[in-house]
Design a protein around this ligand. Sequence first.
Ligand SMILES: C[S@@+](CC[C@H](N)C(=O)[O-])C[C@H]1O[C@@H](n2cnc3c(N)ncnc32)[C@H](O)[C@@H]1O
Length: 205
Amino acid sequence: MLNRLFAQFSGPRGPLGEIAGLVMAHKNRALNAWIVSVLDAGPEDRVVEIGYGPGLAVEANAARALRGCVAGVDRSEVMWRHARRRNAAAIAAGRADLRVGDATALPFGDAAFTRALAVNSLQFWRPPEAGLRELRRVLAPGGRLILAQRLHKPDAGRFDRSRFGMTDERLAALLALLRGAGFAPAEPVRRAIGGETLAAIVATR
Ligand SMILES: C[S@@+](CC[C@H](N)C(=O)[O-])C[C@H]1O[C@@H](n2cnc3c(N)ncnc32)[C@H](O)[C@@H]1O
């Protein structure tokens, strides 16, 4: 049962997906708040998020980009519904555009955004390179991308999502993928939040 719930985080579906969405909305709040502060969108920014899940970062970015906009794709229809509910006011005001879609084929125009982010999502993209290429296409020159990844904890218990986290080797490989896709990534910043360690990679297009 626990493993079936964990499996949902890659693309929530059905009744168990509804529960996974509620768990993420509760457990991911502090980490999304941190990432939004690192992304540091201003009033005029146009922000795109891949794998927005229940829409916590969408909500926080929409509160910043007051004269800009926030858009995103998630491949889960359940998450689309949760995120739309959470961001109903910004959607009604025409400041948020959330779609069901895949990281590897973004339904947005070239250079449409100034900021981009993905929180614990890239590990599910097939292949991740295609998603990074798409992000480069939709980001304007000089735009900022943040990728946040939970790090692997070797002694993580059964209930700890860190057992599925990214190893240092995979993090180094991700930096190489970013460079290959035309980004200039900085060294990852690490932060312990709620018993997990997160890495944030800030990359410039
Ligand atoms: C672990 S959840 C994280 C959700 C959210 N970012 C958060 O921090 O609460 C991963 C999300 O990425 C989405 N996802 C996975 N693969 C995707 C893909 N190829 N394209 C778009 N979204 C994807 C899933 O549906 C899920 O909502």
